[in-house]
Design a protein around this ligand. Sequence first.
Ligand SMILES: NC(=O)c1ccc[n+]([C@@H]2O[C@H](COP(=O)([O-])OP(=O)(O)OC[C@H]3O[C@@H](n4cnc5c(N)ncnc54)[C@H](OP(=O)(O)O)[C@@H]3O)[C@@H](O)[C@H]2O)c1
Length: 218
Amino acid sequence: MNLTMEDIVIGILGGTGDQGKGLAFRFSQVGYRVIVGSRSEERATAAAAEIGHGVQGMTNHDTARNAQIVIAAVPWEGHGELLSALAPELVGKIVVDCVNPLGFDSRGAYPLPVAEGSAAQQAADLLPGSTVVAAFHHVSAKLLLDPEVKTIDMDALVLGDDREATDLVQNLAARIPGVRGIYAGRLRNAGQVEALTANLVSVNRRYKAHAGLRITDI
Ligand SMILES: NC(=O)c1ccc[n+]([C@@H]2O[C@H](COP(=O)([O-])OP(=O)(O)OC[C@H]3O[C@@H](n4cnc5c(N)ncnc54)[C@H](OP(=O)(O)O)[C@@H]3O)[C@@H](O)[C@H]2O)c1
């Protein structure tokens, strides 16, 4: 694919939410061209103006069409429907899935069963013409969004079946100060990574933290 940083436009589906805005803030801050997408053009434009750094706002459809790397940052409930609608626009692109299929009740967060094995595998099934990579499940949107937070102390686990695409997303993750992008296996192993977010939510609640993971010995 041979994308250089100058060529890359990063599009974020659901870029009006905290996770999408946080990633848009960090990637635009280091010089990437970023588009935040929304079901509503007005909400997208407003989110883009809030982030600044030349970020543009468009519908999810136009975001998918105009970006080379497209991050899916929508709630699990809307994931399948949105990606199937955008499948033609996403052909030939890298789709980065950070969606955590979680439920919440009085005992906290818990992983929801997913027929395909994981949100990322659902994306791969729905997008046969795209290269799906799973990443950014554990990074806290609050930390991403906080301009006072200069470095984020964590590793981003990156999973996928295409070496070139996982390398590219690992490098992208490493552009967030403090973060390393660590290859963590094939897409069929994304389910545990998504589910592990429920444990991090428990950690965060008990210790009033925005916890991340570090992989040792590498
Ligand atoms: N928040 C975090 O700290 C965090 C960390 C890691 C991963 N994640 C994952 O990132 C994703 C987004 O998280 P978030 O906290 O930013 O979520 P969010 O604010 O609830 O949703 C993000 C955006 O998705 C759009 N959306 C909502 N429902 C939708 C639907 N049914 N279909 C299509 N679009 C819909 C909305 O944008 P419009 O109304 O403008 O279209 C919304 O602003 C989630 O899957 C989450 O598991 C979040």
